[in-house]
Design a binder for this molecule. Structure first.
Ligand SMILES: Nc1ncnc2c1ncn2[C@@H]1O[C@H](COP(=O)(O)OP(=O)(O)OP(=O)(O)O)[C@@H](O)[C@H]1O
Ligand SMILES: [Mg+2]
Length: 596
């Protein structure tokens, strides 16, 4: 129940509408309850006494009541729909905004598929709960309560006789609800799983095709789908057992009323009209009971969904501004210092991915990170924009701990070309302008030129207005990367991070990009690379091995002192490579396994 209460604040903006809807509903229930009374009157005062006037007048009254009821129902419907749709919209907005605040670790923990389900079917489930709560969900219990009271008023003796039947019926319902409740949760979890597989497969459709794994994926999906269907059928099977049992109870009740009531009527204690009214009230007690069981389906699903929505809304981002965080003082010089930085990912990865990193990057320097795949290069550079916070140690920018500055002011100084290029659907221009929406045309072209993207963009059918499909499927890998580089450069960052940003670009183009980057003297650049050719021009090369710095220095220095580096060099460029544009001055002295 707690999650429902937590989400209750979302109904508040629609409080007036909801209250009015409930008011109309109450009036509606009163009218519903009046009908058996009027029937009783027609029988006892009209038909029994042969009074046509009463019959006609009462019948007319019933017609008027029906009309008013219809109007009340329409009003109630409109208001409920408005409130429920409004709540769902607000929930989606709140979820979306909350997900935007997620740090990388939070995104690791809550999978994309699961977040999508929470934003869509879970909000729908909550919307349904709001809807039924303002309509049948409240109408049914009110009707039941009113009928019970009127049953007692009509004939206390009969009502007493009915008591066991009502208790039995309630017991039957409780029995069913208790059995179904856990099933709803498992149905929802299976739906979640199905959606995760679906999401993975649709975004990875090309890979599935390339590896001829369609059959495998098909089976995986079918299995998950089957499981979901099996659960849903089990719920329905249990649920379908209920109406027959309940209608047996109701019929037994009616038989008892007529039997006991009939005897009373013979004695003259009850009128026929009273028996009819009582039977009607009995039926209006039972019908809502049955309805409420079906509603329990919606309720239970709603509670599960509310819990899942609440879970997202409660996430406290792993990376957050400290209470006393201040904006990064400007101008930023761009001196980075890693002090004994260690990092491990949450979850099963209990081991340190980075271990005791000590590193200083002077303003304007270009530092390249080289190392085997999985050695922690991406992890290391991801700590600079605080995509993750170090588990131990600290990182300073211009002498200020990153944890004490507002992340937004930090991100304003840093541009990242991520390892996996992400483009949005939109024009090439919009994609380049993504981080600097105010940039003018000449700046966009300038950034594109530096990224060696201008020429290929102008060769596209519509130039900068060419539409980039979702995730950039209509561009080549190297083209996407260069757009991503232009996007980063346009931000005029003080710190530029290229995580394997030119891996899909040919060496010649890469060299031109590097030359363009080098012209900006006061930008600190971190370059992650697999290729030796990418790192040759760096002021300093840091070799990572298993999350530790194995060696650092300029190319010439590392050739002299680092066996690992020599090995990488030999494997890529060969021993006879002698014309490399070596950088053998400027950098700090060679050091094995530590900071200069
Ligand atoms: N989001 C994550 N959650 C858990 N573990 C992760 C995550 N990202 C990376 N790792 C683990 O951390 C280690 C370092 O990964 P990282 O991505 O930093 O390597 P890398 O040097 O950039 O490799 P590559 O050259 O292949 O890009 C790997 O063992 C990887 O399995
Ligand atoms: Mg990487």
């Amino acid at each position: 129940m707690a999650p429902i209460l937590n989400l209750a604040r979302f109904i508040r903006p629609y409080g007036k509408r909801a209250a009015l809807a409930l008011l109309l509903l109450t009036a509606l229930v009163c009218m519903d309850l009046a009908i058996p009374r009027l029937v009783q009157r027609i029988i006892d005062e009209g038909i029994a006494r042969g009074d046509q006037g009463t019959v006609l007048g009462t019948a007319l009254g019933m017609i008027v009541i029906s009309l008013v009821s219809a109007l009340l129902a329409v009003g109630n419907n409109l208001l409920s729909v408005q409130a429920a749709e409004g709540v769902a919209r607000d929930l989606r907005d709140a979820l979306f905004i909350r997900i935007q605040t997620f740090s990388f670790a939070d995104l690791d923990a809550l999978k994309t598929g699961s977040l999508l389900v929470r934003l869509t079917s879970d909000t729908n489930a909550v919307q349904r709960v709001v809807m039924i709560s303002l309509r049948i969900g409240t109408r049914a219990p009110l009707l039941m309560l009113g009928s019970l009271i009127l049953m007692v008023l009509t004939s206390p003796r009969l009502a007493l006789v009915m008591l066991p039947v009502l208790v039995l019926t309630s017991a039957v319902i409780v029995f069913f609800i208790v059995r179904m409740e856990p099933l709803f949760g498992s149905v929802q979890r299976r739906l979640d799983r199905l959606n995760t597989i679906l999401q993975e497969n649709i975004s990875g459709a090309r890979l599935v095709k390339a590896f001829v794994r369609a059959d495998f994926e098909g089976e995986r999906f079918a299995a998950a789908n089957e499981e979901l269907t099996g659960r849903a059928i089990r719920v329905m099977r249990i649920l379908s057992g209920m109406p027959p049992v309940l209608s047996m109870c109701v019929n037994a009740g009616v038989v008892i009323v007529i039997w006991v009531g009939g005897l009373d009527a013979v004695e003259g204690d009850l009128t026929v009209g009273q028996i009819v009214a009582f039977t009607n009230y009995l039926l209006t007690t039972m019908a809502p009971l049955i309805m409420m069981t079906f509603l329990s389906n919606i309720w239970a699903a709603g509670i599960v969904s509310a819990r899942r929505i609440d879970e997202v809304l409660r996430v406290v981002p792993a990376v957050q501004d400290a209470a006393d965080a201040s904006p990064l003082p400007r101008p930023v010089r761009g001196r980075l210092a890693f002090e004994k930085v260690s990092f491990r990912y949450g979850g099963e990865h209990a081991e340190n991915v980075l271990d005791g990193i000590d590193l200083i990057v002077e303003p304007g320097q270009t530092v390249a990170f080289l190392g085997a795949t999985g050695s922690g290069k991406s992890t290391l550079v991801n700590l600079v924009p605080r995509f993750y916070d170090p588990t131990a140690g600290r990182i300073l920018l211009d002498g200020i701990d990153l944890r004490s500055v507002k992340q937004e002011s930090l991100l304003a100084e840093i541009a990242v070309v991520p390892q996996e290029t992400v483009l949005f659907s939109g024009t090439v221009r919009e994609n380049i302008r993504y981080g600097a929406p105010e940039a003018g045309e000449s700046e966009i072209v300038e950034a594109a030129r530096a990224a060696q993207a201008h020429d290929f963009i102008t060769a596209l059918s519509k130039g900068y207005d060419t539409y980039v499909e979702e995730r950039g499927t209509n561009l080549s890998g190297g083209q996407k990367q260069r757009i991503a580089i232009a996007r980063a450069l346009l931000m005029r960052p003080r710190i530029l991070i290229l995580d394997d940003g030119t891996s899909a670009v040919d060496v010649e183009t890469e060299t031109r990009i590097q030359e363009a980057l080098a012209s900006e003297r006061d930008r600190t650049t971190l370059v992650v690379a697999q290729r030796i050719s990418t790192v040759l021009r760096a002021d300093r090369i840091v070799v990572l091995e298993g999350g530790r710095i194995a060696a650092q220095g300029s190319h010439a220095e590392l050739m002299a002192v680092s066996p690992i580096y020599r090995e990488i060099f030999d494997s890529q460029l060969g021993n006879d490579f002698s014309t490399a544009p070596l950088n053998d001055g400027g950098g700090p002295p060679p050091v094995e396994g530590g900071a200069p």
